[in-house]
Design a protein around this ligand. Structure first.
Ligand code: SF4
Ligand code: SF4
Ligand code: SF4
Length: 627
């Protein structure tokens, strides 16, 4: 009886609001939106109160406590989700197609939050489903950014709020999993509802709205990256704790924050928080969630790329991420057969982010570590940094996803990004890479000493020794990632704070890898320099080298290859050991393919539209929300 009443109440209110939103006075006004929102909230609250009272589940205590408990309970969350679903279905046809996708997902997220807090036995499944739905939403937002460099102000505002609501949902589920408090989930559901209703109840009329290029608004892009990253961090932690429980939590060196002097408590809380963020940022489920989103955006790039080799490289990069960054360290090494063997402690295997050496050196694996460094050296000589920084490293997947690639603009527009432009090594670069190299190799050596006979480090020195790895690649890497709008894209390469990248650079003078042009006279008359504009590292001096030497080799170039299709004359190609071998052994009468590619006349420059310029700031290639 009460279920039928609740369904009738929520469906009836939503239908009435849906009808009223396009009729009557104050259409589109803030007051009208607020009134209809309040009506929906009151109906959901009434339905919750009714159900709780009918089932005898109305909490005791003061009215205020009871109110808080009801808001954070499934009794409220389900009717709320029901209202949102009915409203989005009724509004469906009258909204632009992009709004539709964004309106269909929030009700599902609220339903799953309700399941997570309502049925503890289903928490893991509901959290996983909610996480996947949020990732779908984020992927769509990123895709939208990629396709629409110009955004209407209300749309941009809605996107930030939606991403922010996803962050609060993530935090709510984490708090629920750790402390079994549903309060933040309740707050998150209300936040989702308010953001959702801001469009569903009063769809902004976009025709006369101002538009802006988000690539020229670093703060807007920063907010999006922060919200997305934090949401995935919270959701990843909630899933890891939910699935692995005490084992996951036991890896962190928890310190006491209750019953100690305030200064100690604050210090301990910061210390605990740092470890938790650093550990979670390389944990299984965070990497899976982040990887799914970024891989979808890389697949889009694969579809848009015409070059076969580039397609293969991007595909290989996704596969390496799935196997070396996620599957092997997080799942394969946990199998009983592997976890007890020396294989589990081999570098690459068992340490997050695949290739990075996030862990102490140990005598048992020293040979393997040397072999790994040697392999990276050999691969760099043969194929340049492309092997490491564009295929083997998990970071490559994130930087080369369609939307993040577009953020190369920030290398030129941000104050810090400009410090690292070009192939020369600035003082800032020398300082950053020097600090990283010394601290990481130095601290790697300490745990190695610890394992030698007769040398015993204390537990805290041992932890302090591994801390820089955790901080650099578990925390700092992601801080740098969300700071792209202020530091520039691919900033692990441009600033040199990654020791692996710096190690690979040592071989840059000996590598076969270089960028070549077929005819340097074309570069001499080229005014577009699209190759340099497309480079995510900001190697702006590339055209100068083409004009004088017909080739370019830089220790910073990581072989992404975006510059090649950007050249409007098809004048560029990447060259590595394969080209060298072909040149060495080919018949002079039948030169290698790269030398036989058809040349395009320079006058194409005036009309040519390269991928870079087509997708640059100010363009609006994708669907618009204006209809
Ligand atoms: S510099 Fe380091 S983190 Fe960045 S792509 Fe290269 S190996 Fe990965
Ligand atoms: S865009 Fe093409 S022609 Fe122009 S400088 Fe670059 S490689 Fe040369
Ligand atoms: S110069 Fe070309 S290949 Fe090198 S990093 Fe820049 S876009 Fe990639």
């Amino acid at each position: 009886m009460s279920v039928a009443l609740v369904v009738a109440l929520t469906a009836g209110t939503s239908a009435a609001v849906s009808w009223a939103r396009t009729r009557g006075p104050f259409r589109g006004s803030f007051a009208r939106g607020a009134l209809l929102t309040a009506l929906l909230a009151a109906a959901a609250l009434g339905a919750a109160w009714l159900t709780a009272a009918a089932t005898g589940a109305l909490p005791g205590g003061s009215r205020l406590d009871a109110f808080a408990d009801v808001v954070a309970s499934p009794y409220f969350l389900f009717p709320l989700a029901g209202e949102m679903a009915v409203l989005s279905l009724l509004s469906f046809r009258s909204l632009a197609s992009e709004w539709r996708t964004l309106l269909l997902l929030p009700p599902g997220i609220v339903v799953l939050s309700a399941v997570a807090v309502g049925w503890p036995a289903e928490t893991t499944v509901a959290t996983l489903a909610a996480s996947l739905l949020i990732v779908v939403q984020f992927t769509y937002l990123m895709l939208f950014m990629y396709r629409n460099k110009q955004l209407y102000v209300p749309v941009a505002t809605y996107m930030v709020r939606l991403a922010g609501a996803g962050t609060v949902v993530g935090l709510g589920l984490l708090v629920w999993v750790v402390w079994h408090s549903p309060v933040v989930v309740g707050v998150a559901a209300v936040a989702e509802m308010l953001v959702f209703l801001s469009v569903a109840v009063a769809p902004p009329a976009l025709v006369d709205e101002e538009r802006f290029s988000w690539l020229m608004r670093p703060f807007w892009a920063f907010q999006m990256l922060c919200a997305i990253f934090l949401a995935e961090l919270f959701l990843g932690a909630a899933l890891d704790i939910s699935i692995y429980g005490p084992v996951y939590m036991a890896q962190f060196p928890w310190t006491i924050v209750v019953g100690v002097p305030l200064t100690t408590a604050v210090g301990n809380a910061v210390w605990d928080g740092l470890w938790f963020v650093a550990g979670t940022a390389v944990s299984a489920w965070f990497l899976i969630l982040m990887g799914l989103e970024m891989a979808a955006l890389v697949v889009l790039k694969i579809r848009e790329t015409h070059e076969k080799e580039q397609k293969w490289r991007l595909g290989l990069m996704v596969a390496v991420y799935a196997v070396a960054v996620v599957y092997i360290p997080s799942f394969w090494t946990k199998t009983p057969l592997v976890s007890n063997s020396v294989v589990a402690s081999l570098p690459v295997i068992g340490w997050g982010m695949g290739i990075r050496t996030g862990g102490p050196f140990a005598p048992t694996v020293l040979g393997a570590i040397i072999l790994m460094y040697a392999s990276v050296g050999v691969l760099t000589v043969l194929f340049g940094r492309r092997a490491l920084c564009s295929v083997m490293c998990g970071a490559a997947l994130m930087y080369q996803s369609a939307t993040i690639s577009e953020m190369r603009t920030f290398n030129r527009t941000s104050r810090i990004g400009r410090l690292f432009l070009g192939s020369n090594f600035s003082t800032a670069y020398a300082v950053a890479s020097g600090v990283a190299l010394v601290s990481l190799f130095g601290t790697s050596f300490l745990p190695y000493l610890h394992l030698l006979p007769g040398v015993q480090l204390s537990a805290s020195s041992y932890m302090a020794a591994t801390l820089p790895f955790e901080l650099y690649f578990g925390a700092l890497w992601f801080v740098m990632f969300v700071s792209i709008p202020y530091v520039g894209n691919y900033n692990c390469v441009t600033t040199g704070f990654c020791h692996w990248g710096s190690f690979a650079q040592l071989f840059s003078k000996a590598t076969f890898f270089k960028l070549r042009v077929k005819d340097k006279t074309i570069c001499q008359s080229c005014t577009t320099v699209e190759c340099a504009k497309a480079c995510p590292i900001g190697l702006i001096d590339m055209p100068m080298h083409f004009r004088t030497k017909g080739e370019f080799r830089s220790a910073k170039c990581c072989g992404v290859g975006d510059c090649v299709p950007a050249c409007p004359y098809g004048n560029m190609y990447l060259s590595d050991v394969r080209h060298w071998l072909r040149g060495k052994f080919s018949d002079p009468l039948h030169p290698p393919a790269s030398a036989r590619l058809p040349m395009v006349a320079p006058r194409r420059a005036a009309t040519a539209t390269s991928p870079a310029s087509a997708s640059g700031a100010g363009s609006s290639a994708g669907p618009s929300l204006s209809h």
